[in-house]
Design a protein around this ligand. Sequence first.
Ligand code: AMP
Ligand code: MG
Length: 402
Amino acid sequence: MKQNISLEDALEVVLGKALALESSQETPLVSALGRTLGADLTAKVNHPDADDTSLDGYACLEADAHSAAVGNPVRLKVIGTSPAGNPFKGTLQHGEAVQVFTGTPVPKGADAVIRVEDTLREDEYVWLMRPASSADIRRKGDDLQQGSIYLHKGDLLTPGRIGLAAAMGYPSIPTVLRPKVGIISTGDEVVEPGEPLPYGGVYNSNSYSIAGLVLEAGGEPVMLGKVSDNIDGLRGQLLRAGKLDLLLTSGGVSMGEHDIVRQMLEREGQIHFWKVRVQPGGPFLFADWEGMTLMGLPGNPVSAMVIFLLFGRPFLFKLLSRTDPPFTVIKAVTDTPFSSNPTKQVYRRAVLGWKEGRYHVSSTGNQSSGVLRSMAVGNALVVLAAGKSVGAGDVVEVIPLS
Ligand code: AMP
Ligand code: MG
């Protein structure tokens, strides 16, 4: 078992255990937001499906109107109109024009269009005050070409991509099955919210903050409740859940004799590593148990969340084959000092804002890993390498939390 390893080494081990899920399910477009596309999608049609006009006006022959000007208008005979959804069927000849509207196919025979503002209508004739142009014709397949791939397996389904799938002709699309993530909290002192809090007790916040993070990362939380610091109880509760894509435990991974998650895995599992040189979240444990991958998150509420973000989220992204990165890093100016740790990479909770054209961050205050408020007030993590404290006015790397 490796111990006290770096973030990079730990992440390599974690991602090495994450195998892309193959199953997908057909999902109606309206339910696809936030899901992950399960296959490459080719356009079923061209868009536009014919050369069409990008303006309201008249279609004609470019050669008929090249001399048109305000002082020298050109007169054409209007032989028809081509409203959206009911394109003109005939063929246009020299000296003729057809009224067109944005998005309607350019009539056969025409090779240019002119906007209505540059024309004057007089009964069945139209006067052109400027030359008509072919530049305002959108060519067939300009936007989408039938048979070409425009959306890829692993793409997060955003509103724009869902719209594009519709434009490509799909009423429903395959989405990757959401990884099932078991969440269990351990601790004799941990009590479900709603129950009376005994002396020395603490409400179970981890199960709920982690469930939110799992949902945000595209997973399906499976709530396994809480167990006392008792190995038989923990094992029984986990086995009842059946096969899951990832198990997340909270608490019980430190050095103490009541740290039963670590003890159970030492006896019955295969621990890949224990303790990572990051703060908060140092005692993080990563193991295989009963054919499943298990992340032993520390019990401290901030540690549990930060460790999930650093390791659980990238793990789920890989299961989903997500094409976007699990988090982004931006640069910001500090408005307050941030202190580092001599041997660990630290993640300080901060409020990220935008002032005078730059990102700014300020500390949320008390950075103890038991102060969950910092993850509620804060919207970003300031990343500091070991031994690299910063003062106000310095530029730092920041991971936005949403
Ligand atoms: P542990 O990692 O089990 O030593 O717990 C570390 C700290 O986190 C202790 O103060 C626990 O009371 C607290 N804690 C453990 N589990 C939870 C939980 N599910 N929700 C909130 N706090 C917890
Ligand atoms: Mg505990």
